[in-house]
Ligand binder design. Structure first.
Ligand SMILES: [Zn+2]
Length: 488
């Protein structure tokens, strides 16, 4: 007995030692002694140009016939008139009429070019919700230093901030060493096929290889992580894939006075229920694993210990992620039934009962695996499964955090926001940057606006807005990024 306890005690001792060594081995990954160059002196009236940009109704609709080309042309005209230096010094190519591709020639042709991108189309305002806006969604009104309007967060801020930063640098006579491409899509909200996808194809045809790409997707989360008192700059290093499956249950129809034991609606309901009760397997690898590596060393000791030893604490960590919908989305492929369609009359048995289910695919899973999982989960051959629309989008690769691009972003964020932690993360939505996968292994999704969970509801929602100072910071960020890249 004594020997048993002795062995047990020494095992516990060894285990604790391993846990502690693992914890201490993970030291902070935050850049500290970054050289601080002078922050670009951005004029504090630049927000007026953003406010004006928000007045153009460059709305993307699922039905392309609804596109109001007059608004898109007017926006492009506004850009040309507002940024004369940019248009004098950079070349501009129009792709499929509305997408813009600029090139700013660098002085050192041995360096690979980089790409900064955003989109100027916006989602519609849901009819009937206009009245809840404190300022009309296309007014560009400024109230209490907030600029209101559809696109203030997603994503005219990126477009206008990049243009402001370029205008600022070009007007100063600045020439970058590296060449820069700047791409503004006009249909990101409806898959980006004619904008970003066509631009990527063009660059690919020209056999251009990019050092890095910066697109929308990450933000500075002010209430990011339990246990952290600091805001976290989340830099998207990967994004999830996307597929919608249509499930069809077919019944015989007939009069509802003599129904079979299960109608097509009942069969479909059972299938959806079975599927929702069988979630995809969770994982803490990839982009979410990188995030833990960056966050863990900044945590209080016990949390740090847990996050540094996922080989033993993985299960606990996964269940804590799974407690919130946003956390759950970061660790597994998600299942969202979004549309139901069945029945025509209360006393008529339905023939087809149809459900559309949207899946966001974790890097590591695939469209094919999603279909296989659904088939197995519903376990009913009588239900037909097919992909809606195109073939779906596979999840992205995970971009490296040791690359030129990530280090540049990290350094620039730390210079402008010294109090903020930087961490890679998984973007659960989709961005236009996914089309550039063949051109670089370094794609990052980030824009430095400070947002809380509450603020995030405004994206695609009501009262979308940005604070004047946040916008100035975004402009400074792009200017500083280019200067830092040159070691200035
Ligand atoms: Zn967007």
């Amino acid at each position: 007995m004594k020997i048993f306890f002795r062995i047990l005690l020494s095992l516990i001792f060894v285990l604790s030692l391993v846990l502690i060594i693992n914890t201490l081995k993970k030291t902070s990954k935050q850049f500290t002694n970054s050289h601080h160059s002078e922050t670009p002196a951005i004029n504090d009236t630049v927000y007026r140009n953003l406010a004006k940009a928000l007045t153009f109704r460059t709305v993307s609709y699922a039905d392309p016939a609804l596109l109001d080309s007059v608004q898109f042309y007017a926006f492009i005209e506004f850009v040309r008139n507002t940024y004369p230096e940019v248009h004098k010094n950079l070349s501009l190519e129009m792709i499929n009429e509305f997408a813009l591709l600029y090139k700013w020639e660098g002085t050192d042709s041995s360096l690979k070019p980089a790409l900064l991108m955003g989109h100027y189309d916006v989602v519609p305002v849901i009819q009937g919700t206009e009245q809840y806006w404190e300022n009309p969604p296309f007014s560009g009104n400024v109230k209490d230093d907030f600029i209101y309007g559809r696109g203030a967060m997603d994503d005219k801020t990126t477009v206008i901030a990049i243009l402001e930063a370029l205008e600022y640098l070009v007007a100063k006579g600045y020439k970058p060493r590296r060449s820069y491409y700047i791409a503004f899509g006009h249909d990101e909200e409806v898959l980006g096929r004619y904008g970003a996808a066509s631009i990527a194809k063009k660059l690919q045809e020209r056999e251009i290889s990019l050092e890095f790409v910066v697109d929308e997707g990450g933000i500075i989360k002010t209430d990011g992580m339990a246990g952290l008192s600091k805001a976290v700059a989340l830099v998207g290093v990967a994004e999830k894939g996307y597929v919608t499956l249509q499930l069809t249950a077919t019944g015989e129809g007939g009069h509802s006075s003599m129904p079979p034991p299960q109608t097509s609606i009942g069969m479909l309901a059972e299938a959806i229920d079975r599927l929702q009760k069988r979630p995809f397997k969770a994982g803490l690898g990839g982009a979410t694993g990188y995030m833990l590596d960056y966050i863990a060393p900044e945590m209080p000791f016990m949390k740090r210990l847990a996050m540094s030893n996922t080989w033993i604490t993985g299960g606990i960590l996964q269940s804590s992620f799974a407690q919130s919908n946003s956390g759950n989305a970061m660790i597994r492929t998600t299942i969202a039934p979004t549309i139901l369609d069945a029945g025509i009359k209360e006393n008529v048995l339905p023939v087809d009962a149809i459900a559309k289910i949207n899946f966001r695919i974790l890097p590591g899973n695939s469209v094919e695996e999603v279909i296989a999982h659904v088939r197995k989960a519903i376990n009913n051959d009588k239900i037909n499964i097919e992909i809606v629309g195109n073939s779906g989008t596979e999840p992205s690769m995970v971009s490296d955090t040791a690359s030129v691009g990530f280090r540049l972003l990290h350094r620039t964020i730390k210079e402008l926001f010294p109090e903020v932690l930087v961490a890679p993360y998984l973007v659960v939505g989709a961005t236009d940057s996914r089309y550039f996968t063949g051109l670089t292994s370094s794609i990052y999704r980030f824009m430095p606006i400070r947002l809380s969970d509450e603020d995030l509801k405004r994206v695609h929602g009501t009262n979308e807005r940005i604070h004047k100072n946040d916008f100035i910071n975004v402009v400074a960020f792009y200017a500083e990024l280019i200067l830092n890249d040159d070691g200035k």
